[in-house]
Design a binder for this molecule. Sequence first.
Ligand code: HEM
Length: 198
Amino acid sequence: MDIFETTRNIMASLPEGQRFSADDAALLMRFRDQLLVMEDELVKGFYDTIQANPQMATLIGHGARADRETSLRRWWQRTLHGPFDDKYWAWQSLVGVVHIKVGVKNPMMMGMWTWVLGWLRSQITPDAVGGADVARDLMSSVERLALTAQAVTAESYLTYYLETVIRITGFKPALLERMFKSEIDVLVGEVRAQLGSI
Ligand code: HEM
């Protein structure tokens, strides 16, 4: 499995208008300096939120907050310095693979992305960026960044989770595919039966 190809395929499955674009990247770069100075507050708020949640707090480890903060700082800086090339998006895939290892579930990752968006929305005000139109456009670009990164991280989580199972069991992919097709019919039936009428 190739991380670059996997990432390209995931990105290609995103509807084009919602996917982070070259125009979004250019707008972010225009406001790079203003966004970069938000780093300390963003990182503090992010980890305060994680620490306030017992399920998430256990995952970042006792006394290891400074190390975790360094990861997020590096991510914020690399994001704002660009470029948004294959390597950047493959890195967002790697985040999904690392998250499997450390036990971070996709709802946690997505929940924290929503926190990041909410916090940025409170900072990217018309006064701060020079007008309501600019604030709206900049937030839209940040939202497409969020969606694209979440899609890549969550889908690579699933892809590499399955890859791990395939490697452990030693199944041939073609055999697995055949077994999968018949088993998924059974599962859909079971789940429908559990749900009952709606
Ligand atoms: C906006 C959502 C998130 C982003 C953008 C993000 C980003 C990252 C990045 C860039 C890495 C390092 C990958 C590498 O090795 O290069 C990482 C690893 C990690 N993340 Fe996340 N993450 C998010 C959500 C979370 C959440 C909710 C938790 C915990 C509840 C978490 C815990 C960890 C841990 C423990 C590691 C491995 C250790 C480390 O490198 O700091 N992450 N994440």
